[in-house]
Design a protein around this ligand. Structure first.
Ligand code: SAM
Length: 320
């Protein structure tokens, strides 16, 4: 609190340290654009593909193991509520959305309030889910043991890997009210791939790679320890300047295990596409969501496709 520095006015070195104020002021400052204006985004194909991948994860894992009808879902880092409709299609009965950026949370609530044909309960709350227990921000009825069938963290979990204590608080919040057999899903950058690309940079060259739609800049080539390995991710018309942190996969899996979560699914976006594009459930969605046109051609150019493949999706089952 009290820190209202703008990302853009922050000196580079300071921005790299990363903190909650940077992240929230950045996401708060981003304009909500309507569906029509969104069509003109230079990375519209990539955005649609990311949405398709999220729909796949939601469709595959909604309701948890032995899915219960009318799933209850907790969306941590919900942003502007861009996944509300996907969860509606998945016939949830409760959607609780939390995010550190209060302006985004207001937009998510507004989106929920104006949704057509909505048949589920919604609750929205601004909260730093990596620094504080979510119980502090949720009414009693939304913090019951075994309440949620799913917890979802889309394109946001990596921000927690700044420090061990943030990552642990995040995991605690994910696991706490997830039922046994419930499933935690998410999408994060593929750290192995990022580090491979970093390694390929010749000595003495800037620690940067990318193409026309994205760039990634690392601070240090080698980082000791499992947390706080920062990089800057710039994605055209989407994110810029917010420090992100590599997620050491093995460390994440063992951390998750400490919180009663067992790895169920881990795939790059490319593998998800290869596996699901021919399925009855998700193949036709590619056209419906505009990822491919009526001729089956991709809406992404090769640079966007490369950016899309920086990410991977995962699912963990709550076992205890
Ligand atoms: N999940 C949404 C989606 O898929 O469209 C938003 C993704 S956006 C790239 C990352 C989100 O993480 C932002 O809305 C940001 O405010 C949120 N975030 C970052 N740090 C957070 C924290 N400590 N607690 C809650 N949300 C956080």
């Amino acid at each position: 609190g009290g820190d209202d520095l703008r990302v853009t006015s922050r000196p580079r070195t300071e921005a790299y340290q990363g903190n909650a104020a940077t992240v929230s002021s950045y996401y708060n400052s981003r304009q909500e654009v309507g569906v029509t204006q969104r069509e003109y985004s230079p990375i519209i194909g990539l955005k649609k593909f990311n949405n398709w991948v999220k729909s796949v994860l939601i469709g595959k894992f909604v309701g948890g193991e032995r899915p219960r009808p009318g799933a209850k879902v907790l969306d941590i880092g919900c942003g502007k509520g861009g996944d509300l409709n996907k969860w509606k299609v998945a016939r949830v009965s409760l959607y609780v959305g939390m995010d550190i950026a209060d302006v985004s949370v207001d937009q998510a609530r507004e989106r929920y309030n104006t949704m057509r044909g909505r048949k589920f309960e919604g609750f929205f709350k601004a909260h730093d889910c990596y620094a504080r227990p979510i119980s502090e921000a949720l009414p009693e009825r939304y913090q019951q043991r075994e309440l949620y069938d799913n917890v979802t963290m889309q394109f946001c979990m990596h921000y927690a890997f700044e420090t061990a204590s943030k990552a642990r608080m995040m995991m605690e919040n994910v696991s706490r009210y997830l039922r046994k057999g419930g499933i935690f899903i998410g999408t994060i950058p593929n750290t192995d791939l990022l580090l491979q690309r970093l390694e390929q940079i010749p000595e003495g060259e800037p620690l940067e790679f990318g193409n026309s739609c994205y760039s990634i800049t690392f601070e240090e080539r080698h980082h000791k320890g499992l947390y706080g390995h920062a990089y800057h991710f710039y994605l055209e018309d989407a994110v810029e300047g917010v420090p992100e942190y590599t997620v050491d996969w093995d460390n994440f899996v063992s951390l998750a295990r400490e919180y009663g979560l067992e790895l169920k699914y881990k795939k790059t976006f490319n593998d998800i596409l290869q596996e699901e594009q021919g399925t009855e459930d998700f193949g036709p969605l590619l056209g419906k969501m505009g990822v491919v046109n009526e001729h089956g051609e991709s809406a992404m150019d090769s640079d966007q496709w490369e950016a899309a493949n920086l990410y991977m999706g995962f699912a963990f089952t709550k076992v205890v």
